[in-house]
Write a new protein. Structure first.
Length: 255
């Protein structure tokens, strides 16, 4: 339930984007707060260092025990505070922070399969959306895809898992035996061991799609210019998985 509360707070905090900072009320209050997806650069077990999508380095003032399970190159979602007058080094884009909440969001499987084996990775629950006009998928770097997933849960978000699949024999997706899209196509799958889910919550999840990109480059001799994420999308709480998928596309530039 503690994780559920954090995810609900996260949903409210990030309705304006992946990386958010704000100021506490009061003219004399110099405390700022931020929320962001970040990549772990170092976990020394006395302090931690993270990098953000927009090029900042976040350095913790003290160790945060809630992230004892993360290593370098893992991804986390952070809620934090900092002093706007003393904790920001604009010349190096470094911010000293105190973590107030955190969750590991990486480690989600990406499976390359033959189209005929799709039944092995079927969803048993839909998602509400991964793109609502404010929150949209993006590439953190060349290899790591960030998905802002909204879905229904009951009381334990750890009972929900997400993975991506791509068809090694149909890298552009499949529609009646033909290519569905004009770029690399990934299918988001959602499984849950809960029943009676009715609370709409939110969580960022990151996926290392490097092997899918390598497979695409090997087949077409070029990197994809567009990545499609096909989702089984439903706003109903009945838990039924739609028979058709809905695509969300993002532009991909290999740097």
């Amino acid at each position: 339930m503690k994780q559920m509360k954090f995810l609900l707070v996260a949903l409210m905090a990030v309705v304006m984007g992946m990386s958010v900072t704000s100021c506490m009320n009061g003219d004399d209050n110099t405390t700022g707060e931020g929320y962001t997806v970040a990549k772990v650069k170092d976990n020394s077990f006395t302090s931690m260092t993270f990098s953000t999508y927009d090029g900042y380095t976040l350095v913790t003032k003290e160790y945060y025990s809630g992230l004892s399970n993360v290593n370098s190159d893992d991804f986390v979602y952070l809620a934090y505070t900092y002093d706007r007058e003393t904790d920001i080094d604009a010349s190096t884009k470094t911010i000293s922070i105190t973590i107030t909440g955190a969750q590991k969001v990486s480690g989600n499987a990406v499976n390359g399969i033959m189209n005929a084996d799709n039944d092995l990775y079927k969803s048993d629950k839909p998602v509400i959306t991964i793109s609502d006009g404010y929150l949209v998928p993006l590439m953190f770097d060349n290899d790591n895809l960030v998905l802002p997933i909204q879905y229904y849960a009951k009381e334990d978000a750890t009972k929900h898992t997400f993975n991506l699949v791509y068809y090694t024999d149909k890298l552009k997706g499949d529609k009646n035996g033909e290519d569905k899209n004009d770029g690399l196509t990934l299918y988001l799958r959602h499984k849950s061991t809960e029943t009676g889910e009715s609370i709409a919550i939110f969580s960022y999840k990151t996926f290392d799609i490097s092997q899918a990109i390598i497979a695409y480059q090997g087949k077409y001799s070029s990197y994809p210019s567009t990545i499609y994420i096909e989702t089984e999308k439903s706003t109903s709480t009945d838990g039924k998985v739609p028979e058709t998928t809905t695509p969300v596309s993002i532009t991909y530039t290999h740097k």
